[in-house]
Ligand binder design. Sequence first.
Ligand SMILES: Cc1cc2nc3c(=O)[nH]c(=O)nc-3n(C[C@H](O)[C@H](O)[C@H](O)COP(=O)(O)OP(=O)(O)OC[C@H]3O[C@@H](n4cnc5c(N)ncnc54)[C@H](O)[C@@H]3O)c2cc1C
Length: 499
Amino acid sequence: MRGYRTILVERVDLGQGTTGRFHGLLHSGGRYVVSDERSATECAEESAIVKRIAAEAVEDTGGLFVTTPADDPGYADRFLAGCLKTGVPVQEIPAAEALRREPRLNPGISRAFEVQDGAVDAWKLLWGNARSAEEHGARILSYHWVTEVIREGDRVLGVMARDNRAQEMVRIEAAFVINAGGVWAGEIADMADCPGVTVVPGKGIMIAMNHRLVRTVVNRCEHPGDGDILVPIRTVCVIGTTDVKADSPDDYSIDRAEVQQMLDAGEVIVPGFRQARALHAWTGARPLFKDERAGEGGEDTRHMSRGLALVDHLRRDGVSGFLTITGGKLTTYRLMAETVVDAMVEQMGDARPCTTADEPLPGSEDGRHYWLGSRLAAQEEAMADDQLVCECELLPRRKLIEAARRRPGMTLDDVRRALRLGMGPCQGGFCTYRATGILHGLGDAETERADELLLTFLQHRWLGLEPILYGDQMRQACLDDWIFQGTLDVEHLPVAVPA
Ligand SMILES: Cc1cc2nc3c(=O)[nH]c(=O)nc-3n(C[C@H](O)[C@H](O)[C@H](O)COP(=O)(O)OP(=O)(O)OC[C@H]3O[C@@H](n4cnc5c(N)ncnc54)[C@H](O)[C@@H]3O)c2cc1C
């Protein structure tokens, strides 16, 4: 938007990092009003902007902070004072009113506060930003893995990236390089020989339940803790999360004890929570910034700041043409971009103002927010002469074919990120083999690649299914297994099952 020729380099697919593995909450700021005042104010200001510029990706659910019988009743007054101090809009409502709005809530709640939380669809947000960038002339190179930051003396000149599709190295020269590598930002700073940018991976687990047990985002009115937020997203709701220091940002393993912890935590907010069907579990790693040189922070990730962190490598390391932006929240993504590009134009001696807070993303021009029936409403007309590939997510065949034509060589995981394939209650039981057949029929995937696509996708879905197998989802998994063994004999396909 500021008129530079820009290339975005992503090692896998957009949304494969933390942004595709988060809780889905557009923070009002309420969560941080006592523990992290700066983040609270950043979230309050930015969530209002994101609701405006990315309306299509946001469901304006509103939010509640409720004091359950398990919470310290004294926190509520500190919370209210914190909201007033940090500029987070809040209103106390009678507990009975909260229960009227959310009948499944714990009937023992003693206080309730209304805030302006929302639910955000990370993929819609990402694709909206990507389309906007492309409309302004940017190029997006996914499956390009940066392996080297090219330096000449004290100046960064560009990067070397491995094109994992074409299996070749690409040299990208640039007047400026911005490192927005999230939890991997320290690794990328190291490549530029700017050591000590430590980004601690604060790993957290989330579980999607197959109903919207609540319509509003529900937070426990307590110091931020584990499993204290329930977010309604599309047709499901998501309980989360934990926060523990991981050894590696690429550790996506799921600890069964944490699954139990989340289900127990859900019971505190909504009694009977365990009786709902758990669809899928996943983890992600928060980018928690700790500058070794500034000697900030400790080992307790829950108490590390969620504020954004700009690292000016010219001031810090004497290296020009290179900036790092990390930390922050998804809610503050736009502010992070504004902050780092402001620093870039300053270093370049340019004065181009930021307009991202004012220009809506493509698809959000009419300012209408996502609502639960919008996908059905959008598909209903077209469905008369189309077929459904995925019944759970209402994915028509036409959309799959359009996506395959737009992005040749896409994997089924890419389709999931773009079109939500396999994210519903059957977790891919019916849509996966149909989608594979369609891509194969289009000539987009030779037989062997089609087998590999199918197996890789099933394997990835399984990672998030296996730790939560109980009740109805166990029955579903058995049915899916029968479908794939019975119709395709998947265990004996002539390709290796991916690790
Ligand atoms: C459990 C959990 C719950 C959360 N919940 C919320 C929430 O409800 N609301 C909220 O606002 N925030 C939430 N967050 C925080 C939020 O998700 C993150 O702050 C945000 O998504 C980080 O975005 P990012 O663009 O900085 O990083 P990322 O999305 O991780 O993007 C960085 C990208 O860099 C790429 N990359 C890395 N190395 C290379 C390389 N060498 N070459 C090329 N590309 C590379 C990665 O593949 C990745 O896609 C949550 C985080 C976690 C972990």
